[in-house]
Ligand binder design. Structure first.
Ligand SMILES: *Cc1c(COP(=O)(O)O)cnc(C)c1O
Ligand code: SF4
Length: 338
């Protein structure tokens, strides 16, 4: 289960005054479906406190402000509001077979050349369809001392040329720590590329702060930031500013989306998302078929429908703006194109 970022970074907080606004945004986040309903003028009947017990609701006001009040089918609301449908027990706890591919706790390798580090269990938001909603984050090491095992591991394996910071959301980690980790990775000659898988620039755009841009613009590593927006309505003016900041630091921006029933499962919704991203030089990268996670199965879209949607996109978009439709199958050596 993802954990909510609290004041666990209190020891370094004094040095972080300037970047504290994103941490304040996290602390002020809405933590119950009933509260969400109240803010959006909805009947609390649509909330399901039972479903929140094992995966709490967590949504910052910056994201909620882009929802349409009074609309229980709002595509942003549906990503964060725990629903009665989550009580369905089909699906798996480890939908993509991650438990078998740990090189060391919190360091996953499924594919050649790339390792993925679970830097934190904390996220900027809790997405109800999350494939890691049951991930045992407690077992991943935290902070510089724990992370040293990863670094030794990577240093001793010259085949690794890309390190992916994931979680949770790696941008839940304060910049002082990220800067340390990136500096350590830079000292390993065979590491060439650094990737961040993050929803922060979409959800709390002020996370793209001067401290972040500072270390990002100075690293020798080629930086790829893989964003996660599912719907054009998520991408407002504040998000465009965050994109511009990341680009100014030299990062290549990509987006991955998850195909979600009732949220973005139409050609129009995907077209609008891809265009909005492409207009900002953010490349649509992957469109993921849902990982069959327990509690998220009601978001599933059939492979046939998914293929129709992507075929529809291909007719209207330049080739570079069409995301690859993929599914993650346990044991495969790459995501599987459909
Ligand atoms: C998805 C994933 C990656 C990245 O795969 P790409 O196809 O390179 O984007 C790397 N490691 C793990 C464990 C993954 O699940
Ligand atoms: S999908 Fe990403 S941002 Fe959302 S809860 Fe899962 S890990 Fe966090």
């Amino acid at each position: 289960m993802a954990t909510i970022l609290t004041a666990n970074n209190a020891s370094v907080e004094g040095t972080l005054k300037r970047s504290s606004c994103w941490q304040t945004a996290l602390k002020r986040s809405v933590r119950s479906g009933r509260e969400l309903c109240r803010l959006l003028d909805l009947s609390s009947d649509v909330a399901c406190p039972t479903a929140e017990a094992d995966f709490p609701v967590f949504a910052p006001h910056e994201f909620i402000s882009r929802m349409k009040p009074g609309d229980p089918r709002d595509p942003l609301l549906m990503q964060v509001l725990a629903s009665h449908q989550e009580l369905d027990s089909s699906g798996r706890l480890d939908p993509v077979g991650e438990h078998g591919c740990e090189r060391s706790p919190g360091c996953l390798q499924k594919y050649p050349r790339r390792v993925l580090l679970i830097t934190t269990g904390a996220c900027a938001i809790h997405c109800r369809y999350c494939f890691r909603r049951h991930y045992p984050y407690q077992s991943a090491p935290r902070g510089e001392i724990g992370w040293s095992t990863w670094l030794t591991n990577i240093r001793n394996d010259p085949s690794i040329d890309e390190v992916i910071l994931s979680g949770g959301d790696p941008l839940s980690v304060v910049d002082q720590r990220l800067k340390w980790l990136v500096a350590e990775l830079e000292n390993i000659p065979h590491v060439q590329r650094l990737r961040l898988h993050t929803r922060f620039p979409i959800v709390i755009p002020q996370r793209v702060c001067p401290e972040l841009l500072d270390w990002m613009s100075q690293t020798r590593l080629a930086v790829y930031v893989v964003l996660h927006a599912n719907h054009a309505q998520e991408v407002d003016a504040s998000v465009l500013e965050a994109f511009a900041g990341l680009k100014s630091a030299g990062a290549m921006l990509l987006n991955q989306a998850v195909l979600l029933r009732g949220i973005n499962d139409s050609v129009d919704a995907q077209l609008e998302l891809c265009l909005r991203l492409a207009n900002q030089q953010v490349m649509p990268y992957y469109l993921h078929q849902l990982d069959p996670v327990q509690g998220g199965m009601h978001f599933e879209v059939s492979d046939q429908r998914a293929a129709e949607i992507v075929a529809g996109l291909r007719q209207q978009l330049p080739g570079y703006a069409v995301p690859q439709l993929v599914r993650e199958l346990p044991g495969e050596l790459s995501k599987t194109p459909l």
